[in-house]
Write a protein that binds this ligand. Structure first.
Ligand code: SAM
Length: 244
């Protein structure tokens, strides 16, 4: 059994339920991110990508890439000559992302691919960097995904994970809980017509390993020089590690 928010479900059911969440919110996903975080997710994402030490010509896999926020930022830094592959299990999210990039006139430099992070259709040692933002929490078998992430990186390649994490200071944690459980589901109902998906979001964050635990899981998967930094008092955190 595994967790889907605060519920215990079978792994197959979790994959199905997560699929339903993102198919349901795909068209309102970007707007909801802006509203829920009052735009702060954009700053986190810029900071995340700025710290990836990307170079022109590099190959980057943006896993669970959804509507392409990270890939769009990565693309500029690996040009000329580089490429970014947006890989996500959910067709509706990929389609929303592709439409969005087409609307902005950003048609080159991306590839969009429907894949499951637990079993990547790429050869060993294919990528210089792998980014995954707000994705790992939604993957059913995180151990398998981390092993795959390690496998497809070139020696010297780096993994970069941006994910919600655990807030330490008590007053911040209380306010954040109030926002997460009282405001987010109502906002989800109002804007995306889907209360339950945003209730799942709040719950899944609480079930996700804290900063130290995730660092330990990265080490177990074989990553070296694992380190993390907190963003906004730990509401989110960035973990990085290297394949040697
Ligand atoms: N990275 C984007 C961002 O930062 O805006 C999207 C993040 S969204 C919260 C999570 C994404 O993870 C969804 O698009 C979902 O389809 C994807 N996802 C969930 N399970 C996955 C899996 N097993 N393999 C690949 N993608 C997965």
């Amino acid at each position: 059994m595994t967790d889907f928010g605060f519920r215990e479900v079978s792994p197959e059911e979790k994959t199905q339920l997560v699929g339903r969440v993102f198919s349901s919110v795909a068209d309102r996903y970007d707007l909801m991110n802006d509203l829920m975080s009052v735009g702060i997710h954009r700053l986190w994402k810029r900071h995340f990508v700025a710290g990836c030490a990307l170079r022109p010509g590099q190959a980057v896999l943006d896993l669970a890439g959804g509507t392409g926020d990270i890939a769009d930022l990565v693309r500029r830094r690996v040009q000329p000559g580089g490429k970014v592959l947006v890989a996500d299990i959910n067709r509706a999210m990929l389609e929303a992302g592709r439409r969005r990039m087409d609307d902005r006139g950003r048609v080159g430099g991306f590839e969009w691919l429907q894949v499951n992070a637990e079993s990547l259709p790429f050869a060993d040692r294919s990528f210089d960097h792998l980014t995954i933002a707000f994705g790992l929490r939604n993957v059913t078998d995180k151990t398998a995904a981390l092993a795959e992430m390690h496998r497809v990186l070139k020696p010297g390649g780096q993994v970069h994970i941006l994910e919600f994490s655990h807030v330490a200071p008590e007053p911040v944690a209380k306010a954040y809980d109030l926002w997460s459980f009282q405001v987010l589901p109502r906002l989800g109902a109002l804007v995306a017509g889907d209360r339950d998906s945003y209730q799942y979001l709040a719950e899944s964050i609480r079930r996700f390993p804290n900063q130290e635990a995730l660092a330990g899981q990265l080490q177990e998967a074989g990553f070296e020089r694992v380190r993390y930094e907190n963003l906004s008092a730990g509401i989110a955190a960035i973990h990085r590690g290297a394949r040697t």
